[in-house]
Design a protein around this ligand. Structure first.
Ligand SMILES: *[C@@H]1O[C@H](CO)[C@@H](O)[C@H](O)[C@H]1NC(C)=O
Ligand SMILES: *[C@@H]1O[C@H](CO)[C@@H](O)[C@H](O)[C@H]1NC(C)=O
Ligand SMILES: *[C@@H]1O[C@H](CO)[C@@H](O)[C@H](O)[C@H]1NC(C)=O
Ligand SMILES: *[C@@H]1O[C@H](CO)[C@@H](O)[C@H](O)[C@H]1NC(C)=O
Ligand SMILES: *[C@@H]1O[C@H](CO)[C@@H](O)[C@H](O)[C@H]1NC(C)=O
Ligand SMILES: *[C@@H]1O[C@H](CO)[C@@H](O)[C@H](O)[C@H]1NC(C)=O
Length: 443
């Protein structure tokens, strides 16, 4: 085995063991105590005094000496350390990976083309460390392959990481990072996993993010406010989350081109608009599709009946209308569908086999306009919505129809040319006004 391969394999093992715990799920909310604002300044003894400063001879190699300097400098900026992690960042044995009480969070390996053992991954998950910035720290480890910092209190912006040629997993989730999307990670072509969840990033998301070989791209719970770049379909990831931001505009029709890779996508709670694209029906492997709480409109395209692997399909709290297609409800019998959430829309009818799903608690169609069902919208709301122009056509095309069970993977663009996917929106009132109406009715 070459050194390069063993390096990458060792990193992969560490990576798998740390990512599994997260299960591609939301990280826990920050605990109330873990705040920097409390002014919990570190009382722990600082590193060796300048006079006791070790020199390169005390270390296994020069790389470790340089890593030592970076770690000690970072240690002096730590503002919060409830688990006394930095108490273990002492001495010259940086790479004693067997001793968990030595340099906790740092793991060493031998990078390609050298025999020097050095810091190859940093895993601070759950350490609750606070520091005003990571600049000068992460980018101080030229051989770094992994940086995991879930649930800490790191602030500032993401430093320029372009010099880190081996970096392939970057997890900043649940911190206090801010600024624009860190474009300094975009050209890191080796990066497989980027997790920015639960931070304070804002502004637009640049199109090149979808050109990179990420396994997972987690952007949820930030303040991104652009449209979702039209080249979404170029993304090779399996897990994609846009949830809980301020994204606007339509779901890009190019999503069809992710059909052989995408397993879960969360658009939940943004300001997405336009017709629900029938191209979503190409996502033959998708298990979770969640576009609830947006401003999407139109019919549910019949192509959704091709989502044979989907378990959770959430389209609740949008402006969808028409009939809930029979072919979609059928997925509960012929496919894997267990949760079809369509509440708070403007559907007016249900496909014949949809009624049973209500009784089985698979289908939620409360707060729609379906005659004969309890818990529907007031007539006034339904009449108002019915009077608006409907600009999205019902697309009957089903990519799996000719070949049932085997999804057609070639994105077929003929339908796309037939209509405008993002017609101008009718003047829809915000959801709040519906609640107002409901309250008025209840009183
Ligand atoms: C932190 O850990 C170091 C090293 O184990 C120890 O010497 C020190 O007393 C600890 N500090 C606190 C406040 O527990
Ligand atoms: C390692 O050395 C080989 C052969 O000299 C070279 O082709 C390769 O680019 C080097 N890799 C790195 C990461 O420096
Ligand atoms: C998006 O957010 C940025 C930064 O907060 C702001 O300057 C910009 O005006 C916002 N753009 C839109 C379209 O809301
Ligand atoms: C999907 O990818 C193909 C080949 O890369 C491209 O020609 C096509 O335009 C893409 N479709 C969409 C809807 O973007
Ligand atoms: C179904 O999904 C909706 C939306 O994601 C969720 O709120 C609801 O709790 C789920 N229902 C069940 C029974 O899991
Ligand atoms: C996929 O759909 C296209 C367009 O309808 C069709 O020409 C092609 O034969 C289909 N392929 C399969 C394998 O069904």
């Amino acid at each position: 085995m070459t050194m390069t391969t063993s390096f990458l394999i060792a990193i992969l093992i560490l990576s798998v063991s740390t990512v599994q715990g997260a299960d591609y799920d939301f990280p826990p909310a920050p605990s109330p105590g873990s705040t920097v604002q409390g002014g919990h300044y570190n009382d722990f003894p600082p590193g060796p005094s300048p006079s006791a400063q070790p020199n390169p001879k005390d270390f296994q190699n020069m790389k470790q000496f340089l890593a030592y300097l970076v770690i000690q400098r970072f240690k002096r900026t730590i503002t919060y350390d409830p688990l006394n992690i930095t108490g273990t960042w002492v001495g010259t044995s940086i790479c004693d990976n067997d001793d968990i009480n030595t340099y906790r969070g740092f793991f060493c390996d031998t990078p390609p083309n050298t025999t020097d053992l050095t810091v190859a991954s940093i895993d601070f998950n759950g350490f609750h460390l606070g520091a005003p910035t990571l600049d000068g720290f992460i980018n101080g480890f030229p051989d770094l392959a992994l940086f995991h910092a879930n649930s800490n209190n790191f602030g500032g912006t993401v430093p320029n990481l372009l010099g880190l040629q081996y970096l392939y997993e970057l997890d900043f989730s649940n911190n206090k990072l801010s600024g624009l999307f860190p474009t300094n990670v975009v050209p890191l072509s080796g990066l497989a996993f980027l997790d920015l969840r639960f931070n304070f990033f804002q502004g637009p998301v640049p199109p090149p993010i979808f050109l990179i070989g990420y396994e997972a791209l987690f952007l949820n719970n930030n303040f991104f406010n652009s449209s979702i770049p039209a080249n979404l379909g170029s993304s090779p990831v399996e897990y994609l989350t846009f949830a809980n931001n301020r994204f606007t505009g339509p779901i890009p029709v190019s999503i069809c081109n992710t059909s052989s890779t995408l397993l879960e996508v969360l658009f939940l709670n943004n300001k997405l608009s336009g017709c629900l694209p029938y191209e979503i029906g190409y996502l033959r492997d998708i298990t979770v599709f969640d576009a609830g709480l947006n401003k999407l409109t139109g019919h549910i395209p019949l192509s959704f009946g091709c989502l044979s692997n989907v378990q959770e399909l959430n389209l609740a709290q949008n402006y969808l209308y028409g009939e809930v297609p029979e072919v979609v409800c059928q997925l509960a019998r012929t496919g894997n569908l267990v949760n079809l959430s369509l509440s708070d829309n403007f559907f007016t009818a249900l496909g014949a086999n949809c009624w049973d799903l209500i009784h089985n608690n698979v289908l939620d169609v409360r707060w729609n306009c379906i005659p004969g069902l309890p818990h529907q919208r007031p007539l006034k709301e339904c009449a108002w919505f019915l009077s608006l122009p409907k600009l999205c056509p019902l697309v009957p095309y089903m990519p799996c129809e000719a070949n049932p069970g085997r999804q057609n993977t070639t994105c077929y663009n003929d339908w796309a040319s037939h209509f405008d996917h993002n017609p101008p929106m009718p003047p829809l009132p915000p959801h709040a006004s519906f609640n107002q109406l409901r309250k008025g009715k209840a009183n």
